[in-house]
Design a protein around this ligand. Structure first.
Ligand code: NIG
Ligand code: FE
Length: 394
């Protein structure tokens, strides 16, 4: 068993609420796990030493919301939006048509490429949803592909009603045969609860069926309008309510008094030119907040957690500390994981060495590639971010 000492860390953000920041720090990795953190002056001996040379270290980002299994392109829709068209979610069906046409190899290669992009930008855990198949066969295929890339797979058959079906029959299919076919590849069930997608009753029915099949629940809630999504998520004990852009006081209270994490996706507001969610209101009410990319070809085609951190600080009035916490610890809470999202003894040694003296540079120097090195399970994944290594199964 070799041990590695990461020495001379300028500022270590541990993500551990008990001891969040350590200046002039060191960290020891043993057997893929964090074995020790503390001041560099008190670091124990190790077999191998990595010199961080004053750089900051943070936990690997936990991107708890992404749609990576798709084909096609929606540049034209984006351009129309930037000329003043509103975002409606109607474009989802365009991606469904392209995804159904694509072969397995193409879908796999595209998803892998996005996971590679994410790794190069410091994301060491990612959740991947289906939702661009919308038939038993195509949803199952999407989840099979996703399950080759991550353990955090989410069945989102209830993304929209496909063009060739009526809503009632589709809800029955999703909660019945489609769920049965997809559950073996899924850890979570999700519903897009929104006007034009699924209403409160339909959302509840599908989530309850998923829970009964042994999946955990998460909800696309209150993205475009106020609605019942957040309250249903809290009521059913969902791990997260995602988007949370349009909230009533009752929604905020429900989140604050539940274990449901509010996952904010500022890439979606950026790409749809919409008002950002009110992160301050949620944090001040005591809600646990996560940040994620929502990487998808329609509403948020970014794979970059650093970009989302910068947006959260500039546009959502989060402090750099709150934003980095939400992108690591918050993401792990949203996935109900205790082995990632923080760097404390026993956690997986997933960490990012930043080419900066502090995590605050992620917002202070937006758009700059600050990821110097990424370690996953204690192994250095890349020294040169221009040449990302093959994707490893997460
Ligand atoms: O999270 N809101 C629903 N689903 C995605 C958008 C999907 C799309 O437009 O293709 C989202 O924003
Ligand atoms: Fe989404």
């Amino acid at each position: 068993m070799t041990t590695t000492l990461i020495d001379r860390i300028g500022l270590l953000y541990t993500g551990d609420p008990e001891r969040e920041e350590i200046a002039d720090a060191a960290l020891v990795v043993e057997d893929g796990l964090v074995a020790w953190t503390g001041p560099a002056s008190r670091a124990p001996d190790a077999d191998r030493r990595v010199d961080a040379a004053g750089r900051a270290v943070i936990p690997g980002f936990v991107d708890s919301h992404a749609h990576l299994v798709f084909a096609g392109d929606r540049t034209a829709e984006f351009q129309a939006r930037m000329s003043g068209e509103p975002y409606t979610g109607g474009g989802i069906r365009t991606t469904v048509a392209a995804t159904r046409r694509a072969g397995d190899a193409e879908l796999t290669a595209r998803a892998r490429r996005l996971v590679s992009e994410m790794l190069a930008q410091g994301t060491t855990t990612v959740e991947i949803k289906s939702g661009y198949g919308l038939s038993v066969e195509h949803e199952r295929r999407s989840l099979r592909i996703a399950s080759e890339l991550t353990a955090e797979t989410t069945f989102l058959g209830a993304h929209v009603v496909p063009a060739d079906m009526d809503a009632d029959s589709y809800v029955r299919l999703v909660a019945g045969d489609m769920l049965t076919a997809c559950a073996p590849y899924a850890r979570w069930v999700d519903v897009f609860c929104e006007r034009g997608a699924f209403d409160g009753d339909q959302t509840r029915e599908i989530l309850q069926a998923g829970l009964k099949a042994g999946l955990g629940a998460r909800v696309h809630a209150n993205q475009l309008t106020e609605g019942p999504g957040v309250r249903i998520a809290c009521e059913l004990g969902a791990a997260s309510a995602d988007h949370c852009t349009h909230l009533t006081d009752a929604d905020v209270d429900a989140l604050a008094s539940s274990g449901t994490v509010a996952t904010l996706l500022p890439g979606a507001e950026f790409s749809t030119r919409s008002p950002y969610p009110d992160a301050r209101r949620l944090i001040d009410a005591g809600v646990t907040v996560a940040l994620a990319t929502d990487c998808n070809p329609g509403s948020s085609y970014t794979s970059s957690m650093p970009f989302c951190v910068a947006l959260a600080v500039r546009e959502m009035r989060m402090t750099p500390l709150e934003a980095v916490r939400a992108a690591t610890y918050g993401g792990a809470r949203a996935l109900r994981r205790t082995d990632v999202g923080w760097l404390r003894p026993g956690a997986r040694a997933d960490l990012v060495v930043l080419d900066a003296p502090s995590y605050a540079h992620l917002a202070y120097r937006p758009g700059v590639p600050l990821v110097h090195q990424v370690f996953r399970g204690g192994l250095l994944l890349e020294e040169d971010i221009q040449n990302p290594p093959p994707v490893v199964v997460l």
